[in-house]
Design a protein around this ligand. Structure first.
Ligand code: SAH
Ligand code: SF4
Ligand code: F3S
Length: 476
């Protein structure tokens, strides 16, 4: 059985630091050939791997977690920071011996790094047979056949309309309770530090009907939480080609929430410039839309934000946070912060710390700036903050956040929450682990309550660590 805390920690690591874990699916039928896939980067990449798995199963490839028995090894890669790309390169080195032992094994690179490097990958990494960008997964069967015939196969064409709406993902690493559902692809924002618009292409929204039917079918299969995914979910908008109603993100949220009060709805990521009152009021109106918002700030200095092309100021951001707290007083709030962006001064850095002090984030993903080739910042600005300064500033940001995170956990001691049970606790099979509305992990003894995975329990919190609330069931 999958362990929840490991899963959650992994999620966080992976979405932000590019570690990997492999597929954990049962092989439903005896397949003649097998594929092994490792995913890096954000949740959207993990969701894409489930699309790829579906396409490969149709082609007669079964998923395996045992790399030794794989005929096809795929790495779904991330380019967000230099370190993410380095991790993939190291992993590829590791595959060399597998390829030497069995030259028929095919190695494919998918995702953002494939898109960024294109056929250069084949020159740089001789053992790579396939390079496939994020909009080209439908062509995988043909590309695999080409590669099987001994040719190198590349497709990195980006699309303006591909959303894979009709492909039912094969759930990988699933706990059977929570699932991610992609609602859009690409990004039209040009944050100057960011490689995503180049690797994922233009923003496009997925057909709302296909999103609703995927969520309903997940609910029917026993899933109790869906997280709607996009780089900028608040700019979701879709209308039926026959002149149907325009579905905004707030409308979509509402429709998904109406599937069942027992289905929790989460979403990620919100851009501070786009999150609307309509979204906040919809969250307030539906108890099953979780009170948790990931609102990346990146920097607390208006000057730096302008250079980052984030299109909001420090004050705008702080007003948004105040508005969230006004409409949703107990809303969990998390963020992303970049330390040491081009030209960042000590004063700018202090602005970031002061903003964090004001927002007191429950969770934060913190990075130092890593210049990405081809981005606006790489072309326009000098990466001039020395590495040791970047690292020191990041350390200060991390330390301050740790204090806030602990305070946020301590504040919840003595409260009672509704917890969705996701599985056994990491430490003991005698305890359940799940999350509350605000996305905090809650662990509690199973006792004699007859609870199961996927059930909701009311849990009273009596203590906490910096990452976990500890409680006891009061009723369910
Ligand atoms: N679409 C999301 C973020 C996607 S990338 C948003 O707009 O918030 C996830 C995070 O990686 C970003 O929020 C940013 O904090 C970080 N990041 C992106 N590019 C980076 C870079 N070049 N160096 C360091 N961190 C970066
Ligand atoms: Fe990158 Fe900005 Fe788009 Fe997020 S909104 S993916 S940071 S360009
Ligand atoms: Fe990485 Fe691509 Fe996601 S660059 S963060 S995998 S969109």
């Amino acid at each position: 059985m999958l362990n929840l805390e490991v899963l959650i920690n992994k999620e966080h690591d992976e979405s932000r630091q590019g570690e990997a874990f492999s597929t954990q699916v049962q092989i439903p039928a005896p397949y003649a050939k097998h594929f092994y896939i490792e995913s890096y980067g954000c949740q959207m990449n993990f969701a894409d791997s489930e699309i790829v798995a579906s396409i490969l199963q149709q082609e007669g490839f079964g998923a395996t977690t045992n790399i030794q028995e794989a005929d096809l090894i795929f790495l779904n890669t991330c380019s967000i920071r230099e370190k993410a790309e380095q991790t993939v390169r190291n992993r590829l080195q590791h595959f060399k011996s597998l390829k030497e032992a069995n030259p028929a094994v095919l190695v494919g690179v998918l995702g953002c790094m494939a898109e960024r490097l294109k056929s250069k990958f084949l020159e740089e990494e001789k053992l790579v047979d396939l390079v496939i960008g994020p909009d080209a997964y439908r062509t995988i069967p043909g590309l695999v056949r080409e590669a099987e015939a001994g040719q190198k196969a590349v497709n990195v064409l980006l699309s303006r309309d591909e959303t894979y709406a009709d492909i039912s993902p094969v759930r990988l690493n699933s706990n059977g309770v929570t699932a991610f559902v992609s609602i859009m692809r690409g990004c039209n924002n040009m944050c100057s530090f960011c490689v995503v618009p180049f690797t994922r292409g233009r923003e496009r929204s997925r057909d709302a009907c296909s999103i609703l039917s995927e969520c309903s079918s997940l609910f029917d299969q026993g899933y109790r939480e869906v997280t709607l995914l996009g780089q900028n979910v608040d700019s979701y908008n879709w209308a039926d080609k026959n002149g149907g109603e325009l579905i905004t993100f707030a409308k979509l949220l509402e429709r998904v929430a109406q599937i069942s009060p027992l289905l929790r709805v989460r979403f990620s990521t919100s851009h501070p410039k786009d999150i609307t009152d309509e979204v906040l009021l919809t969250m307030a109106a539906y108890e099953n839309i979780c009170n948790y918002i990931h609102l990346p700030v990146q920097s607390g200095s208006t000057r730096v934000l302008q250079m980052m092309n984030r299109t909001y100021t420090r004050e705008w951001y702080l007003n948004k946070v105040d508005r969230i707290r006004q409409i949703l007083p107990d809303c969990g709030l998390s963020t992303d912060v970049i330390a040491g962006f081009c030209s960042e001064t000590e004063e700018d850095h202090q602005f970031t710390l002061a903003l964090m002090e004001h927002c007191k984030y429950d969770l934060a993903y913190m990075f130092f700036y890593s210049e990405r080739p081809g981005t606006l910042a790489a072309r326009r600005y000098k990466d001039d903050v020395p590495e040791e300064v970047k690292k020191r500033r990041l350390q200060e940001i991390v330390s301050l956040h740790r204090e806030h995170a602990l305070q946020s956990m301590q504040k919840d001691v003595g409260k009672t929450f509704t917890v969705l049970i996701e599985g056994d606790s990491k430490r003991s099979a005698q305890a359940w682990a799940g999350r509350n509305d605000q996305n905090k992990i809650v662990v509690f003894p199973k006792g004699e309550h007859g609870l199961r995975k996927g059930d909701y329990a009311r849990v009273h919190v009596y203590d906490c660590t910096s990452a976990t609330l500890l409680g006891n069931v009061v009723s369910h």
